[in-house]
Structure formats: C-alpha cells, structure tokens
Design a protein. Structure first.
Length: 81
C-alpha cells in the first residue's frame, strides 16, 4: 500500500528484507484493527523493484545482514509494544 511517498506493509519478512537492501524504515505503527505492526518505508527508486523481487522469490540478500536486521527489528518491536 502506498500513501504520500510512503510504502506500508505488515509483512515482517518483507520489512527485514527491505531493510537489508538499504531501504529506509520511517516508522512502525500498530494497526488498530488487527493489532499487527505496520512498517512504513520511504518510497525510493528501488523500492518497487525490491518488493516485486521479494514476492517473486528473485532477490539475493547477504545472510549476515538479513540476520542483523531481523534482530534489530524484533528489538524495536518489543520496545514499542
């Protein structure tokens, strides 16, 4: 979902992958209806291609970077909620 040059997703693993690829996470909000975290990214020139690549299983990400982003994002989630 896109709003005002922002991309919203509640997919945890997509968010981690985007972070690993250098996309900028602007904010994490809690969805009032589902209670899920919503990750808000700044739209960049590569964001659409990265999201499409994730959904098609075509991306390659450095495993160590992915693991570090996973730990970091989990920590942010636990500290926010």
């Amino acid at each position: 979902m896109k709003k005002e040059n922002k991309f919203f997703t509640s997919e945890f693993y997509l968010a981690i992958t985007l972070l690993s690829l250098g996309e900028q996470l602007v904010e994490i909000k809690k969805d009032d209806n589902s209670g899920k975290a919503v990750f808000i990214f700044k739209v960049s020139g590569s964001l659409g291609k990265n999201v499409e690549g994730f959904r098609n299983g075509e991306l390659r990400v450095e495993p160590r970077k992915l693991f570090l982003e996973l730990r970091s994002l989990k920590s942010r989630l636990y500290n926010n909620y």
